[in-house]
Ligand binder design. Structure first.
Ligand code: FEO
Length: 394
């Protein structure tokens, strides 16, 4: 892909990584991703904002063959998908220097030890860098999603370069997001897995950005937001909005006993006007689970007993929940056993660090009998009342 013009003085460089399927050896990328790099051509100086994943360096370096000089490399985030090609750019432009945050400099040197420390200049929160007729103002936006992350704001054109903040893992040749629902879905998936665990920082950084007029947001993954409100309002809703009248049920079932409990509870919840989203953990992706956690008010874990323990797939789901830190205030457990309930106590211990309001557990010896169904109805009623008490009705 050749460089593409965003404005008269800004080009989009970088890589569309159509084939990438996983990030951090954890996060599935159903739609690939992009590593965006931005070239700013001021009247006096030229700056490159972020680079690309080191395995894709050759694409960026080919694009730079058309660029005679780069004075400044602005590094907004030390993670290698954005910083990994900085050493090659420094080598190609021997007079260039890196501008980055105070916290990022040592991280860059740890991750890319080939960089000469004397070629890294640190900037303070609110500091500015002049390119002549263009000026970048640096805005520290920590913990979206590493401690050193910052954004850069182009004062003359009201453009925010946000790096991972507001990004989407979406390989597309479409340069602008417009108000495309596919971009929003991809953005929500990205938020769910990367930003959701840090939503308090997301909120603080959204507040910080309220002081700026923003006409365009250029993230380092996915399309550019030419209608910033499209993504800003979505982030505000996801980070600050209330959870919904929704119950999420991650479940696993070996001989359908737990599945019958899940189905009965689902029906009972639906009768009370509550949205229910079950996920069979044999096939559900981390992305599906994390995305549902943005909205759910109650999480009901469901698993049979396997060798005296919860099924490992459910144990994984609890670990994921601990990582994601969903806003859901309520948590419960339902499940079956063959000859003894040895799981409830273990689930209670595993769920304790999640700091949720724990609902009564419901267990069944084999298939749910009438007494168990009554307990499931009681559980559904209790969820309905708890949601109603909190005003969660939508
Ligand atoms: Fe896109 Fe945190 O790297």
């Amino acid at each position: 892909m050749n460089p593409r013009k965003i404005t008269n003085q800004i080009d989009l460089l970088g890589v569309i990584d159509w084939d990438r399927t996983v990030f951090d050896s954890l996060i599935p990328l159903p739609d690939g991703t992009t590593y965006n790099s931005y070239l700013l051509k001021g009247s006096d100086k030229t700056a490159l904002i972020d680079t690309v994943e080191p395995g894709k360096s050759s694409i960026l370096m080919n694009q730079l063959n058309q660029v005679p000089e780069i004075d400044y490399i602005v590094s907004l985030h030390a993670e290698q998908d954005h910083s990994g090609t900085i050493p090659l750019v420094l080598e190609k432009y021997p007079n260039s220097v890196v501008y980055t945050s105070q916290k990022e400099k040592p991280m860059l040197l740890d991750l890319l030890p080939e960089i000469d420390p004397d070629r890294i200049i640190t900037v303070e929160d609110g500091g500015e860098l002049s390119l002549g007729d263009l000026t970048l103002k640096f805005i520290y936006t920590p913990w979206v999603h590493w401690p050193e992350t910052m954004s850069a704001y182009l004062i003359e054109e009201n453009i925010l370069f946000s790096c991972d903040f507001f990004g989407s893992h979406l390989a597309t040749s479409k340069m602008f997001a417009d108000e495309d629902p596919l971009v929003l879905a991809s953005n929500k998936l990205y938020y769910a897995q990367i930003m959701q665990p840090l939503r308090k920082f997301v909120s603080k950084n959204l507040e910080k950005l309220e002081h700026y007029d923003i006409d365009m947001i250029c993230p380092s993954h996915g399309p550019i937001y030419n209608i910033p409100e499209f993504v800003l309002s979505a982030y505000d809703e996801w980070a600050n909005g209330p959870s919904k009248n929704m119950v999420m049920i991650p479940y696993v079932s070996m001989h359908n006993s737990t599945l019958r409990m899940v189905e009965y509870l689902m029906s009972s919840l639906c009768d009370r006007g509550i949205i229910v989203q079950p996920y069979n953990l044999e096939t559900a992706t981390i992305g599906q689970l994390a995305t549902c956690m943005i909205d759910a008010s109650t999480i009901i874990l469901a698993s049979p007993t396997l060798l005296g323990n919860p099924h490992p797939l459910l144990a994984n789901a609890i670990s994921l929940t601990a990582l994601v830190k969903p806003k859901a205030p309520f948590l419960g457990y339902i499940g079956s056993y063959g000859w003894g309930d040895t799981v409830s106590k273990k689930i209670a211990q595993m769920a304790a660090p999640l700091k949720k309001d724990v609902l009564p557990f419901v267990t069944a010896k084999g298939y749910p009998n009438e007494a168990v169904k009554k307990e499931l109805d009681d559980l559904a009623q209790q969820i309905y009342e708890k949601h109603t008490e909190l005003g969660i009705t939508k």
